[in-house]
Design a protein around this ligand. Structure first.
Ligand SMILES: O=C[C@H](O)COP(=O)(O)O
Length: 390
């Protein structure tokens, strides 16, 4: 189950996100930067207002140089009664030592270490945070003017970050100017939470006021706990991972085709020895027949995103050398058909640097009809495994 973390500046905004169903209410002052610390009275006010209905977290700024000042700040924030305290770690050769210097606080408060996708870290930070007893780790962006998280790191590497954090027993979250179309691309990696500020605000501007309608739209894209009903339970995590959302479906609407055309990537491919050790351009063209859910598609709930197809192909290509275009085509088709709303897929894979024009293969694969999933109503979420969760 992936939770929604919503960053707010004050009690009014906390009320909006609480009503919209955010799972974690996160205090920060966006004008002071990615992890801008809110003033203590604001934090206390929100903790009082929320009064245990949701976990509250608060940003504490970034650890630059002055460890003692940061420790004092963390203690001050801890005294407000927040559930989580977020601390930013900029790249430095001292991350391990600094994390360790916070271990005594981590023993009594849930600390979340935040690292930034727009910086490069040399050491294995995950091990340092886990060793120091941190509760969680989060990937965010530092400079909000330089693009979204997915502009810095592709989804498969974000999934690796999440898997690594969770292997270390850390609650692992992801943020960074995320927008609605990013959500189905990130859910397959099963982060423990997705964090938002800009997407919840007027005009997607994180320094503007929070907007109730924008917040509700984002909330609706992250499958959440639902009250038990009589219908059999469905694995919500799996549905989310496939970019499949459990809206009530209109019957007999047939299928639509989504496509990705002229998607060219450098690929390590070829059976000849001269093709090894260098990449060549390969073009992918994909058409997928997807089950139509509604006559009135309005948002990401109702569609299968072509981004998922491109993300999948990028991830397959990044696994390393393959000899045959047929292998790539089969892998891409199999990945796309994992989405229960896809009935049929045509994948064309063309090497662009070998022949006079393109050379390659086109395959068509269908889902066995029994496996084509009609929308189901979701009634329960799968229980979490041994990891720490809120
Ligand atoms: O902790 C999460 C952040 O507040 C996300 O902010 P953002 O969506 O504006 O990058």
């Amino acid at each position: 189950m992936t939770l929604m973390l919503a960053s707010v500046q004050n009690r009014n905004e906390a009320e909006i996100v609480l009503q919209a169903g955010a799972d974690i209410i996160d205090l920060k002052d966006p004008l002071r930067g990615a992890l801008g610390a809110a003033d203590i009275p604001q934090i206390t006010d929100v903790v009082d207002f929320v009064s245990g209905r949701r976990p509250v977290s608060a940003a504490c700024g970034e650890l630059g140089g002055d460890l003692q000042a940061l420790r004092a700040r963390v203690e001050e924030v801890a005294a407000t009664g927040v559930d989580f305290i977020k601390i930013g770690f900029l790249p430095s050769s001292r991350i391990g030592a600094d994390a360790q210097a916070l271990a005594d606080i981590a023993g009594r408060k849930r600390l979340i270490a935040v690292v930034f996708a727009d910086h490069r870290y040399e050491e294995n930070v995950m091990t340092s945070f886990a060793k120091a007893g941190f509760y969680g780790v989060m990937l965010d962006t530092d400079d909000k003017s330089k693009g979204r998280l997915l502009d810095h790191i592709p989804p498969d590497r974000i999934s690796d970050f999440v898997a690594q954090g969770q292997r270390h027993g850390l609650m692992t979250g992801v943020a960074g100017s995320l927008e609605a179309p990013d959500i189905p691309r990130l859910l397959p990696g099963k982060p423990d939470f997705l964090g938002f500020r800009g997407a919840l605000c007027e005009g997607l501007s994180r320094n503007a006021d929070l907007d109730a309608e924008a917040t509700a739209k984002i909330r609706a894209l992250i499958p959440g706990e639902r009250p038990a009903e009589k219908t059999p339970s469905v694995d919500l995590e799996l549905l989310a991972a496939r970019g499949y959302f459990p809206d009530a479906a209109e019957d007999n609407l047939g299928t639509d085709q989504i496509f990705v055309r002229d998607f060219v990537l450098p690929v390590d491919i070829g059976a000849y020895s001269f093709e090894h050790g260098k990449k060549q351009k390969v073009r992918f063209d994909v058409t997928a027949d997807v089950l139509r859910l509604t006559r009135d598609p309005k948002d990401m709930h109702h569609i299968v995103s072509y981004d998922l197809i491109m993300d999948g192909i990028r991830a397959i290509v990044s696994r390393g050398h393959v000899d045959l275009v047929e292998t790539l085509a089969e892998q891409a088709a199999a990945f796309i058909l994992e989405n229960p709303r896809v009935a049929r897929v045509v994948v064309r894979v063309e090497k662009l640097e070998l022949g006079p024009g393109g050379v390659g293969v086109q395959i068509e694969r269908k889902r066995e009809s029994a496996r084509l999933s009609k929308p189901l109503r979701v009634v329960a979420a799968k229980a979490e495994g041994g990891r720490k969760v809120v």
